[in-house]
Design a protein around this ligand. Structure first.
Ligand SMILES: Cc1cc2nc3c(=O)[nH]c(=O)nc-3n(C[C@H](O)[C@H](O)[C@H](O)COP(=O)(O)OP(=O)(O)OC[C@H]3O[C@@H](n4cnc5c(N)ncnc54)[C@H](O)[C@@H]3O)c2cc1C
Length: 544
């Protein structure tokens, strides 16, 4: 069963390894397990709270637990709200359409009631995109879970049409049956969906090989309050501006993606990941920059800072193996300042083998020390590590991430500025923040920078939220000041909205608002996500 207040399935765990307690105490201070609210109590509070303002409808559930389970996503404020039992508003109802006609009916219903609609895919949003819409109009969460699966397969063009609610494992198993892959593997792969990927411009771990979802989304259908948008899957087009690009990253503001036509690749004959350690960060960066510039057919390049490398080794378990690895690396000249790179290849056996040979040759010339088995271990845990969030919370620690991207010329300043700025934030309240980073998606002209930070939970959830907000504000300001984008992959939602104008400019924001108004003239779609919503009073709810 899916956890209602944490990550993933409650039958799956990723306990903290032996020694993790001591490590966390050292870097963030000793902590206590929090006293979390129980599901039954929070459901009872929803039942005792304001009743649904929606009329009875065959597609809409007003069950209290259903409403609770669609009230939040996976951002840290969402966790604090759920774990602390302070959820605030919940949707008035959860709709589960089966096809486009149902979606159109639901949009009409919402329009007639003045209700607000929030599309809900896998619920893995980390930026408040699924939270209560601005204003206090009735809120309809539209769960796309029934519109899932491979609808059409065109073997001649390699195009696969999926329902928006198809989650990662189902996408890959449907495609594997016809010898193909999408190659889109965000860490949230287990739960996130095709519609969510398109709506947030998601990026998978192997994006340098398979491309971001931007490149994989060839076309499809969007049902909007103003009508239906059909996006033909042309391989390329010079027919004016590309409307697909408006749908990508639209975060539910324009309408509901009801079908996505995706470009697929042959299933790789081989897929391998290898690890290389550098004596210091500077050598590692030089190496991966040259590697990215060589434009080899690799599937992944990532490089961890020394702080992240040490954290990964400390939380990897296998204490004896890790001690042996550290000793070996020390002898080879990579002591405490070491930085770990993971490089992936996928595809035809011969091409992958040549690409890996050239890639590890480049890294070796920069002093990279190749270590066997670490890459395979990374692959084994690539989606399981998301479960560490549960274990850290249970031990009394909040963990959150943020990500940006910049040109290579701006990357050093971002790296030098971001984690230290985050570490300083809670000093005034006597708390420490453990922050570390990696270059996660490396491009010829620049790189994304992905930061993880850990801090102690306070006994009062509001204080935990204040700590988070202090960190988030300082980090977002640093990103903007140092020339990074406010998001490389997670999107904007509510948590980044205030920082978007710095990147898009007044004209850019006006253009986004105008597009939203064209698709959704009455402003019923997720007001407050991405850009401020037009505030209109709710109409009286009447029987549909
Ligand atoms: C542990 C963890 C790891 C993550 N790793 C990654 C990662 O590696 N890469 C990455 O890019 N992101 C990652 N994310 C963020 C998140 O998984 C992505 O943003 C993902 O694309 C969201 O998909 P979803 O189906 O869960 O959408 P939801 O969370 O349900 O919705 C996200 C947004 O999309 C809208 N939406 C959903 N479906 C539709 C639809 N059919 N039509 C219109 N709008 C829709 C929603 O209204 C909302 O605005 C991670 C999140 C977590 C919690």
């Amino acid at each position: 069963m899916r956890r209602w207040n944490g990550w993933g399935d409650d039958a799956t765990g990723f306990p903290l390894p032996e020694g993790a307690d001591a490590f966390l105490s050292r870097v963030a201070g000793p902590s206590e397990p929090p006293a979390d609210a129980a599901l039954a109590d929070v459901v009872a509070a929803v039942e005792a709270g304001p009743p649904s303002r929606l009329p009875a409808h065959p597609l809409v559930s007003t069950d209290a637990e259903d409403r609770l389970r669609h009230a939040r996503g996976q951002s840290l404020p969402d966790w604090v709200a759920l774990r602390g039992g302070r959820v605030g508003r919940v949707p008035d109802g959860v709709a589960r359409p089966a096809d486009d006609a149902d979606v159109r009916d639901l949009l009409r219903l919402a329009g007639s009631l003045g209700a607000r609609v929030v599309p809900y895919g896998g619920g893995t949003s980390v930026l408040g995109q699924l939270d209560a819409p601005d204003g206090d109009a009735p809120w309809l969460s539209v769960d796309l879970g029934r519109m899932a699966g491979l609808a059409r397969w065109d073997p001649t063009s390699g195009l696969a049409t999926f329902g928006p609610g198809t989650a990662g494992p189902d996408v890959e198993s449907s495609l594997a049956a016809v010898g193909r892959t999408l190659g889109h593997f965000p860490q949230s792969f287990e739960l996130s969906t095709v519609g969510g990927w398109v709506a947030t411009r998601s990026v998978g771990q192997q994006s340098i090989g398979y491309g971001r979802i931007d490149e994989r989304f060839a076309g499809g259908t969007v049902e909007a309050p103003a009508g239906r948008l059909l996006l033909p899957p042309h391989p390329a087009s010079a027919a004016g501006p590309d409307i697909r690009q408006l749908v990508l990253g639209s975060e539910g503001r324009l309408g509901i993606v009801t079908e996505a036509i995706l470009r697929t690749s042959p299933l790789p004959e081989v897929e391998r990941f290898g690890a290389v350690f550098f004596a210091d960060w500077e050598r590692g960066v030089e190496a991966v920059r040259e590697l990215a510039g060589a434009e080899l057919p690799l599937s992944m390049i990532r490089l961890s800072t020394p702080a992240e490398t040490e954290t990964n080794l400390a939380l990897a378990g296998h204490a004896r193996t890790m001690a042996a690895l550290r000793a070996y690396l020390r002898v080879r000249g990579a002591g405490t300042g070491r930085a770990m790179a993971i490089v992936g290849v996928a595809g035809d056996r011969d091409v992958a083998s040549v690409a890996a040979g050239v890639a590890f040759g480049i890294l070796g010339r920069h002093g990279g020390i190749r270590v066997p088995r670490v890459g395979a271990e990374w692959r084994k845990n690539r989606f399981r590590t998301a479960y560490l969030r549960n274990a850290l919370w249970d031990a009394g620690y909040a963990v959150d991430t943020l990500e940006t991207a910049a040109d290579w010329s701006a990357v050093p300043a971002l790296l030098a500025g971001l984690a230290p700025a985050i570490r300083r934030t809670l000093a005034p309240v006597g708390e420490r923040v453990h922050a570390f980073a990696h270059l996660s998606h490396v491009y010829p002209s620049g790189s994304s920078v992905y930061v993880t930070y850990v801090f102690r939970l306070a006994s009062d959830p509001d204080e935990t939220l204040r700590r988070w907000r202090t960190i988030k504000d300082a980090a977002s300001r640093t990103v903007v000041d140092l020339g990074g984008t406010i998001s490389h992959q997670h999107g904007v939602g509510r948590d980044h909205r205030a920082w978007l104008p710095a990147e898009k400019g007044a004209l850019g924001i006006a253009a986004i608002e105008a597009v939203a108004a064209a698709f959704d003239p009455d402003g019923i779609m997720a007001p407050g996500v991405l850009v401020a919503g037009p505030e209109r009073p709710a109409r009286e709810a009447t029987d549909a």
